[in-house]
Unconditional design. Structure first.
Length: 375
């Protein structure tokens, strides 16, 4: 029977879309972390996700032999295209059984949809933008993803490349373990910081002034990252939405503001790797998932540096290594034994050299693909 791809229209179909990963991963890929179903439903709900204020999305399900076999989201991010002055359409939320016919039908339908909106390129996966989960994992599939990072079966690489998609950019994840935290280089960096960083101060975000701090981070983020490949500025609504989601798990000791002569010029946000706890809920908070989540949160042993931003005038100075040294000190004092810094653009040599000098090692690669859409 041929593959049939249908747009998601009903509530039941949206439920099927969200739950499809449970048909692919359990029992086959132990590194997979089941997402929380309640959060996944919110992500694809235009009433609850501010991405839809500037983005159009069509969800699709693929059926083969009467069974659901895959899913995809076709995406038009108008903010991206306005910012970069291009005509790129995106795909995300890609899942498929190991069947080239299913994958091709899904990607062809996504290309057809974005092409119908006047776009000339299909790029992904991004779910929904580069400010969220993005990239296809292409190696180290035995390692579970950190919080807000993607995971997929190894065969997805062959599926996408078999559909004519080619690499456009690699995103690297770096990891460091506790035994590397006292690397001799850290001592040399500390000496340089003491010599050249006297006017630089690092502080924790103030949770009692959380809204003000979020507004400050929003300004720093959009300023510091605006020249990065694929960057899309976050709207006020998107930042507020993400801040609301992250606030329950933010550790203020791991969310840092850098100031020079009292002026905020950079920030670093690291989160405890709550995926270590979320995996035990198997997607559901009730009736028992919440208790499992709270129990295992006490045992979280890692952190992920999600973003580091420094305004251009202060790059190349002591602030970046100061941020990382401070995170190491604070993280280890809280019992964290491993950390990830992700993601880093493959051609961002300055940042790559910086984290590698501090002992971080690249250990995962996430790839963005694209293909032209024929007119």
């Amino acid at each position: 029977m041929s593959v049939e791809v249908k747009p998601v229209e009903t509530r039941a179909e949206r439920r099927t879309f969200v739950r499809l990963p449970w048909r692919i991963y359990p029992g086959r890929y132990p590194a997979w972390v089941p997402p929380l179903l309640v959060e996944e439903r919110k992500r694809i709900d235009p009433r609850k996700n501010p991405f839809f204020d500037h983005g159009a999305v069509q969800l699709f399900l693929a059926y083969k032999d009467g069974e659901v076999a895959g899913r995809i989201a076709a995406i038009e991010n108008t903010l991206h295209n306005e910012f970069h002055d291009d005509k790129v359409g995106f795909f995300g939320f890609f899942e498929s059984v190991d069947d080239q016919e299913v994958a091709k039908a899904l990607l062809d339908r996504a290309a057809e949809w974005v092409g119908g909106r006047g776009l000339d390129t299909l790029r992904g996966p991004t779910s929904f933008s580069t400010n969220e989960e993005c990239g296809l994992q292409i190696d180290n599939f035995e390692s579970s993803p950190y919080v807000m990072m993607a995971y997929n079966p190894p065969y997805y690489v062959d599926l996408l490349e078999g559909c004519g998609l080619t690499k456009v950019k690699d995103l690297l994840a770096y990891e460091i373990r506790a035994e590397q935290f006292d690397h001799p280089r850290f001592g040399k960096l500390q000496q340089l910081i003491e010599r050249y960083g006297r006017d630089v101060q690092i502080r924790s975000i103030r949770m009692d002034r959380f809204e003000e701090e979020v507004a400050l981070v929003r300004e720093l983020y959009n300023t510091a990252w605006e020249r990065n490949w694929g960057f899309v500025p976050m709207t006020d609504a998107e930042v507020d939405h993400m801040a609301k989601q992250l606030k329950p798990v933010v550790d203020p000791d791991l969310a840092l503001i850098g100031e020079v002569d009292g002026e905020p010029v950079g920030f670093l946000l690291a989160l405890p790797d709550v995926n270590q706890a979320i995996r035990h809920a198997n997607g559901r908070l009730f009736p028992f998932g919440l208790f499992k989540l709270l129990w295992h949160m006490r045992r979280v042993s890692g952190v992920r540096v999600i973003t580091l931003g420094i305004v251009e005038a202060h790059r190349g100075g002591p602030l970046a290594p100061m941020f990382y040294l401070e995170i190491h000190k604070r993280g280890t004092s809280k019992g964290h034994r491993v950390g990830e810094s992700s993601w880093v653009l493959e051609d961002n040599q300055a940042l790559r050299m910086g984290v590698e000098k501090m002992g971080y090692e690249p250990y995962k690669t996430y790839r963005l693909y694209e293909k032209p859409i024929s007119g």
